[in-house]
Design a protein. Sequence first.
Length: 105
Amino acid sequence: MFTVRKVKFPSNVTGDIAPGMSITFSVTFQAPSFADFDDVITFVTEENSFKLPLRARRQPPKITLVNPMDCLHSWLGDRVDMAFRCVNNGGDGGFKFFCEKDEDD
């Protein structure tokens, strides 16, 4: 999901980095879903290696109902249309309403 791009070394000839020098690179992220993702970039030196963790998180949706869902009473075969106001105070996301019992959906 993570891709290292646009690596810029101090020298165009070699990829060596002397003490005090730095490289610049970009990390892009393309996710196939809204899930959280973890990965690492491993840097290898002459003496050892170290890992830099990469984490991709999103703010989860926070759905609230403005008023309680009271659908009133109806007779068999009647149709009752009700509107309920839902507010999302969190990140982007979709939601659905389900009955507590699967057979009632």
